[in-house]
Design a protein around this ligand. Structure first.
Ligand code: F3S
Length: 73
């Protein structure tokens, strides 16, 4: 078995997102705004490793703690 690292997934909790917009400011490769300024995910499935740092920055900057970053189950 060859270890390939842990694949990560990003998710947005639509119940918590109120449109602060910091996620798509700090990580525009991972998030975009919908027409109300709420966050949408641009990445479908596993997060490419080169976007991990940007996704972490978004998690750290969301005042509503609406962004989750988890290892793929
Ligand atoms: Fe929403 Fe947080 Fe981004 S509130 S728009 S997920 S910074």
């Amino acid at each position: 078995m060859v270890s390939q690292g842990t694949a990560m997934r990003v998710e947005i909790d639509p119940e918590r997102c109120t449109g602060h917009g910091r996620c798509y400011m700090v990580a525009p490769e991972v998030f975009e705004a919908d027409d109300r300024g709420l966050a949408l995910l641009l990445v479908d499935g596993d997060l490419p490793p080169d976007l991990l740092a940007a996704a972490r920055m978004a998690v750290a900057n969301c005042p509503e703690e609406a962004i989750g970053l988890h290892p793929r189950a």
